[in-house]
Design a protein around this ligand. Structure first.
Ligand code: ADP
Ligand code: MG
Length: 496
C-alpha cells in the first residue's frame, strides 16, 4: 500500500466486514490464541484492492502474517471478493488516544457485538522490562528486544495479552490468590474482597493475575467497567507530572472516575510520602463509592514497613492473598503448559530437568524454556537433554548446587545396590569396580576436585586410577547406550 488515504466512505461497511472476520478468527483459533496474537490487529484502511491491517510490533506482525496471513486473505475475500491482497504491517494506533484514556481501558460492550467500531486497541504486548513472557519472542532475539523496548509516550501501563486467567497455571502455591483474583474479576467490589491485596516474591505471578482481572473485566459484555491498571511507580510519575503541569484536579478526577483501580508493586511508594498520601485519598474515595481496588506488593500489608500506618491498615481490610514460592509440581505444570503453547516438542525429561533445576521463579523458568524453543526453531534441531545442557549452560551453572563426592558415592552405590564402603574398598570384582568407576567419573564431572583429591576419597587410590576410570566410563558410554543412559540419569539425579 502507498501513502494514499484510505477510502473513508467505505469504512462503515469495512468495519462490519472486519468485525465479522475477527469473530470468525476468534471462533476458529480459540480464545487464548486469539487474545495472544490476533486481538491487537487494527484495520488501517483499504487502498484499491488491498486491505491493510497493522500490528504494534514486528514480532507480532511476522507471527500473524506467517500463521494467519492466508486465512485472513481468504476471510476478506469471502466478505468482499474485490479484495485481492491483505497487507499486514507494523503500525501504531490509528488515532492518537488521550493520555489517561490509555490506562482506562474502555469497555468493549458499548459497541454492538456484530460491528464494533474500528478503534485503536489500547493494549500492547510490551510488558515491564524483565517480564519474560510465556510464548514471547525468544529472549535475546531482536523481536524480543523490540517488544520490550516499545517506547510508550504515556505513563499508563498496557496490558500484556499473555497474562490471562487461561494462561495462568494453578497449583497449591497460588490457588488461593488465583481464586481471589477470579472472584474479583467476576464480581468486583463485593464484600470482603475489597481491596484485594496480592503479595509474594518476584516472578510468582502477581502482575499476571492483575492483568488477568483487567482483561476479564474489560472484556465483559454485560455491566462493562472501566479499569485503570498501573504500577505504583507510574502512579507516582503521573502524580508528579500533574503537579508540575498544575493539573492535579484533572488527575484526581480521572482516577476517581474509574470502576476498578489497580496498583502494582505498591512497595515502590515506601518513602514517597506525598504520593502515598494522594493514593490514600484516592483509595478511600473509591472504596466509599463502592469501587474495586486491587493492589500488589512484595510483602503483606503489615510487613510493608515505611508505608503509612493508616494506609497499611486500610490495605489489610479486604482480602489479602499471598503467592507462595513454586513447588516442583507447579513448575512442571507451568513448563508443560508453556511448551505446548509454544508449539515445540520438548521431551518430558527435559521439562522435569528444568523444573528440578530452576527453582527461583517462574520468570526464569520461562526464560530458560523460551531460549530452548528459540534454539530449536532456529536450528531446526529437536530439543534433547544434551541440547538443553548446551543451550542453557550459563543459566544452569548459576543454579548449580554443589555436589559432594560423598553424595555421589552414596547415590551411585544405591543405584547399583552395592555397599557404600565398597566405594573405598580394595575389591576388584566387576560388580563393584564398575560402579566405583562411574562414581569417580561423576566426581570428575560434577565437582571441581582434582584427580588426586578424588583418588584419596576412593580409598586412597592413585590419580592414574581415577584417570583410567574416567576414560573407561567415557568409552563404555559411547559403546553401550543403556549404560550411557544410566550414567546420564545418575548425573541428573545428582545435579537436581
Ligand atoms: P510478579 O509480578 O509476581 O513479579 P509476574 O506476574 O510478572 O510476576 O510473572 C512472571 C512471569 O511468570 C510472567 O511471564 C508470568 O506469565 C509467569 N507466571 C508466573 N506464574 C505463572 C503461572 N502460575 N502460570 C503461568 N505463568 C506464570
Ligand atoms: Mg510484577
Amino acid at each position: 500500500m502507498t501513502t494514499t488515504e484510505p477510502e473513508i466512505v467505505e469504512l462503515p461497511q469495512l468495519a462490519v466486514h472486519w468485525a465479522r472476520i475477527r469473530g470468525r478468527l476468534q471462533a476458529e483459533v480459540g480464545e487464548v490464541e486469539y487474545r495472544t496474537w490476533l486481538r491487537q490487529m487494527t484495520l488501517a484502511g483499504l487502498d484499491g484492492d488491498e486491505i491493510t491491517v497493522t500490528l504494534p510490533t514486528r514480532f507480532l506482525r511476522d507471527w500473524v502474517s506467517t500463521r494467519y496471513g492466508d486465512r485472513l486473505s481468504a476471510l476478506w475475500q469471502a466478505e468482499n471478493p474485490a479484495i485481492r491482497r491483505v497487507d499486514i504491517r507494523v503500525g501504531g494506533a490509528a488515532s492518537p488516544v488521550p493520555a489517561l484514556a490509555e490506562s482506562l481501558t474502555a469497555p468493549r460492550a458499548q459497541a454492538s457485538r456484530e460491528a464494533p467500531p474500528i478503534r485503536a486497541e489500547i493494549t500492547l504486548a510490551a510488558s515491564a522490562p524483565g517480564n519474560a513472557g510465556s510464548v514471547a519472542p525468544p529472549p535475546g532475539s531482536s523481536a524480543w528486544a523490540e517488544e520490550r523496548a516499545e517506547p510508550r509516550s504515556d505513563l499508563a501501563a498496557p496490558l500484556d495479552p499473555r497474562f490471562t486467567f487461561e494462561g495462568f497455571v494453578v497449583g497449591k502455591p497460588n490457588e488461593f490468590a488465583y481464586a481471589c483474583a477470579r472472584r474479583v474479576a467476576e464480581r468486583p467490589s463485593s464484600q470482603g474482597f475489597n481491596p484485594l491485596f496480592l503479595y509474594g516474591g518476584v516472578g510468582l505471578g502477581k502482575t499476571h493475575l492483575m492483568h488477568a482481572i483487567a482483561w476479564e473485566l474489560t472484556d465483559r459484555t454485560t455491566n462493562p467497567v472501566s479499569v485503570a491498571y498501573m504500577s505504583a511507580e507510574k502512579f507516582m510519575y503521573r502524580f508528579i507530572a500533574a503537579i508540575r503541569s498544575q493539573s492535579t484536579m484533572e488527575f484526581k478526577e480521572n482516577l476517581r472516575s474509574v470502576d476498578v483501580l489497580m496498583i502494582d508493586d505498591l512497595q515502590f511508594l515506601i518513602g514517597k510520602d506525598n504520593t502515598q498520601e494522594e493514593f490514600f485519598h484516592t483509595f478511600n474515595y473509591l472504596v466509599e463509592q463502592g469501587k474495586q481496588i486491587v493492589v500488589s506488593a512484595d510483602k503483606s500489608p503489615s510487613d510493608l514497613n515505611g508505608l503509612e500506618h493508616r494506609l497499611r491498615t486500610r490495605l489489610g481490610c479486604g482480602m489479602v492473598a499471598d503467592l507462595h514460592s513454586t513447588t516442583y509440581e507447579l513448575r512442571l505444570s507451568i513448563l508443560e503448559a508453556k511448551a505446548a503453547r509454544a508449539g515445540v516438542e520438548v521431551p518430558v525429561k527435559v521439562l522435569e530437568f528444568l523444573a528440578h533445576k530452576i527453582t527461583s521463579n517462574v520468570r526464569e523458568l520461562e526464560g530458560a524454556l523460551n531460549r530452548l524453543v528459540a534454539h530449536a526453531n532456529l536450528f531446526g534441531r529437536p530439543v534433547t537433554l544434551e541440547t538443553t545442557h548446551e543451550v542453557l549452560h550459563d543459566i544452569l551453572k548459576a543454579h548449580d548446587r554443589r555436589v559432594t563426592i560423598e553424595e555421589i558415592q552414596k547415590k551411585v552405590a544405591e543405584h547399583y545396590s552395592i555397599r557404600l564402603t565398597d566405594m573405598s574398598s580394595a575389591r576388584r570384582a566387576r560388580a563393584v569396580a564398575r560402579p566405583r568407576q562411574v562414581a569417580m567419573f561423576l566426581a570428575k564431572q560434577l565437582t571441581s576436585r582434582s584427580l588426586p583429591e578424588i583418588g584419596r576419597k576412593f580409598g586412597n587410590r592413585d590419580h592414574t586410577t581415577v584417570m583410567h576410570a574416567v576414560s573407561r566410563v567415557t568409552e563404555l558410554m559411547e559403546r553401550d547406550g543403556t549404560f550411557a543412559e544410566d550414567v546420564e540419569l545418575l548425573r541428573r539425579l545428582l545435579e537436581s
